[in-house]
Write a protein that binds this ligand. Structure first.
Ligand code: ADP
Ligand code: MG
Length: 494
């Protein structure tokens, strides 16, 4: 059970506070070369109908054959979601008129999905975390695409996607704010990418969510929900929830009732609108697909897949936190992408003293490097500063050769011109002056030149800052500010 949501996260209605309840059905395209029941390619971007086998086109007499790799990917995903793997599952026909799925039914898993209950832990930017229950994960076929803009009087159909394997991952209604739902989808995407079971590319539609939203008074039973279909960006998921919750609150506060229905989010108008009234399971006339035997797995097969899994984000996060005292949120930023985590690990590997500087290195990766990459709209694979270079900069700070402030200038030089940071510090004379004698000379000079200020500082200790500033300025920022402070205090007798 998650802690109750803070009152500040509730929505203030005209008649009191409301709580949002959210459950997501995420469709994730399985990473595999071939479709779920045919050998046709899943490559993105082919000419329309380039990747269509006779099975996908539903030619009479064609029979589906399960693609073992898709099953393995679903099992890996289930393991990554800490979920129960069902050693026996079945495929059903979900009957419907789909102009873009010529079979006239979708092969899906209704009663017995391949993956059962699991749980995902989700970290939020404010430092909280919640557990989101997974109800099930099942395999199903994707449909094709209708093209209405190619001809003045006809619609065309592109079946390239028809039959591609999808995993539908159904959450429990465990989320209470739009930020939680967004963080859940990000976390899910992170896990899928680590596992290599879905590329998580929302722009291509490879990950999309049906967003179920209802509202209630805190502590009351769940209200009636509406399902917003096929939302394909994390930003839109947040916007759709906020709009939909307020729409429902408006109806309820006017004394109306919510009708369960399927809605669409229109990002241009920032609103949801009704698509159809909700259909029930019995409307689909589900029945076991007679062309497919039940899917039976052995425990040994599942164990083998488990042994082959990479280290997952939660384990990595815990490891970073334990070793370098990182905050949970900083650690979750580092592990959000496998490439970023790998980069941080490469920086760690390059450090002279990991124990001393592991946390400093995390700050530099997150604040300076990620900050700069974000500003430039680049990702880590295009970073002009390598892990070795960043490790060298962190070493130089950690050992006291340069100050954090000078390190920022050095970072800028390495970013724009490249080069070996240690050699640059030498050739550009960026070394921090640690020689107390040299600092003392500067301090003495400034005291001698400003007798009036010296007289004032005894009554106004805040003026010490002025002296520190002068010393820093005349040394080009290369002296240790703490050493300057101490020296000035003793010389000025304050
Ligand atoms: P169906 O099969 O009719 O779509 P499910 O019971 O499988 O219904 O639920 C689908 C999704 O709706 C799940 O993600 C679940 O968490 C969510 N959900 C169920 N009840 C509610 C509710 N009252 N408010 C918000 N979401 C809900
Ligand atoms: Mg459903």
């Amino acid at each position: 059970m998650n802690a109750p949501v803070k009152p500040s996260k509730l929505i203030k209605g005209a008649t009191g506070d409301w709580e949002i309840v959210i459950g997501l059905e995420v469709h994730a395209q399985v990473t595999s070369n071939a479709k779920l029941f045919s050998g046709a390619s899943t490559a993105f971007g082919g000419a329309p109908n380039d990747h269509v086998s006779l099975v996908d086109a539903a030619m009479p007499g064609m029979l589906p054959v399960i693609n073992e790799e898709c099953v393995a990917q679903a099992v890996r995903t289930g393991l990554g979601l800490n979920a129960k793997i069902n050693l026996k599952s079945t495929f059903d026909r979900k009957n419907y008129f789909y102009p873009d799925l010529p079979q006239g039914y979708q092969i899906s898993q209704f009663k017995s999905p391949v993956v059962g209950e699991g749980v995902v832990s989700v970290e939020l930017p404010d430092g909280d975390s919640i557990a989101v229950g997974i109800e099930r994960l099942h395999l199903e076929q994707d449909a094709g695409k209708l093209l209405h803009d190619q001809h003045p009087t006809m619609s065309f159909v592109d079946l390239n996607r028809s039959g591609v394997a999808l995993m539908e991952i159904v959450s429990r209604p465990d989320m209470r704010t739009s930020a939680q739902a967004q963080a859940y989808v990000s976390k899910l995407r992170t896990i899928l990418r680590y596992l290599g079971t879905c590329d998580g590319d929302m722009e291509k539609g490879n990950l999309r969510a049906d967003v179920n939203v209802s509202v209630r008074r805190p502590g009351e039973p769940f209200g009636t929900r509406c399902e917003i279909k096929n939302v394909n960006s994390i930003r839109f998921i947040g916007q759709a929830i906020e709009f939909e919750a307020r729409r429902q609150i408006g109806i309820l506060e006017d004394g109306g009732a919510i009708e369960q229905e399927t809605r669409l989010y229109d990002p241009n108008r920032g609103e949801t609108r009704s698509m159809r009234s909700k259909e029930e399971a019995h409307d689909y006339r589900y029945f076991p697909d007679p062309d497919l035997l039940p899917l039976e797995l052995t425990a040994a097969y599942v164990d083998e897949l488990k042994a082959g899994l990479p280290e997952l984000p939660d384990a990595k996060r815990e490891r970073f936190m334990a070793a370098f005292a990182l905050t949970p949120y900083d650690a979750s930023v580092l592990v959000a992408e496998r490439e970023s985590a790998d980069f941080y690990e490469a920086v760690l590997a390059g450090l002279a003293d990991k124990t001393r500087d592991g946390k400093l290195a995390a700050n530099w990766v997150i604040n300076e490097l990620f900050g700069r990459l974000n500003k430039e709209g680049q990702d880590i694979s295009a970073s002009p500063v390598s892990a070795e270079q960043l490790a060298a900069i962190v070493d130089l700070i950690g050992e006291g050769t340069i100050s954090g402030k000078i390190a920022k200038d050095l970072f800028e030089i390495v970013w724009t011109k490249g080069g070996d940071p240690r050699a640059l510090v030498d050739s550009l004379g960026m070394k921090q002056v640690t020689d107390l004698g040299a600092i003392e000379k500067v301090v003495d000079g400034i005291i001698a030149a400003n007798p009036d200020k010296v007289a004032q500082v005894k009554d106004k200790p805040a003026m010490l800052g002025w002296f520190v500033g002068q010393v820093m300025k005349s040394s080009g920022g290369k002296v240790n500010p703490q050493a300057v402070n101490d020296l000035l205090k003793s010389k000025l007798g304050i």
